[in-house]
Write a protein that binds this ligand. Sequence first.
Ligand SMILES: C[S@@+](CC[C@H](N)C(=O)[O-])C[C@H]1O[C@@H](n2cnc3c(N)ncnc32)[C@H](O)[C@@H]1O
Length: 300
Amino acid sequence: MTSTPPVCSYEGSDYQNSFWEKGGRAYEDACEALALKKLLPLRGAHLLELGAGAGRNTPRYTGYEKITLLDYSRSQLEQAHARLGDNPNLRFIAADVYRLPFVEGAFDGATMIRTLHHMADAPAALAQVRRVLAEDSTFILEYANKRNLKSILRYLLGKQKWSPYTAEPVEYLELNFDFHPAAIRTWMKDAGFRIERTITVSHFRLAFLKRTIPTGLLAGLDSLAGLTGGLWQLSPSVFLRATSLNGTSTALPEKAKAASGYACPACREPLEDTPPLIRCPKCERTYPVTDGIYDFRLDA
Ligand SMILES: C[S@@+](CC[C@H](N)C(=O)[O-])C[C@H]1O[C@@H](n2cnc3c(N)ncnc32)[C@H](O)[C@@H]1O
């Protein structure tokens, strides 16, 4: 088993409440809702929500029959479970994006919103997403853009040392990264995705605008500005819709098809869904299921 990068911990965090509900982020939330509306397919069978947190976006994925919420933090999933309630079409999985506990091609859709920015090895994370998607699936990715207007101005005025123009990620806080759009495009291609559409988001993330202009109007203006996303990206947040191409994940093996879709995150052996304990028949690791949350973390 190879080692994977460290995880940015949200265990015990009240992120949903402090950042979104009490943090004055109604504008950003409204912008993201509009972007998702533009990018989501009308219908789908099974969506994987990577870094789902407390499930802020889950109710927006209305076209999918089933949704699997995946997050490394069990306490975030507990909040999501409490907010979304018991629903046989929702699954809650504690696992690491770098070691997804699913067989090849298990999903026909995936989203990753405000999560890639915690990935020290973004290409490895994207390769995992591609692995668990069937060919021709939709992947919606949000990333934090290092080449945004504010960082360009700060750089030109000498208030910021790092260049917004270079391809490498900038780690502005421990395990918090902004990415260059060109680097993201290269990594997506290398992972086996074709980008279909790009929308720039949160252009007007300025306190005085958020205070003076009604949220709905400002988000509507943002949505209009986002239409040029395929041409240039100067906003702090960028949304992409991509399609998974053939070649990376093979057709679903019969053995895996018959099973639950779960695979051992350590050795990739397909697993039977046997709560309250799942045992890998190959490496004999065990994974508990408690209060509706499957725990596939290897070192929690
Ligand atoms: C900023 S929050 C975003 C939550 C949600 N997507 C939203 O937009 O409201 C990032 C989430 O990613 C999760 N996360 C970070 N690194 C992860 C990893 N390696 N594997 C799984 N989840 C991870 C965190 O636990 C956290 O819940």
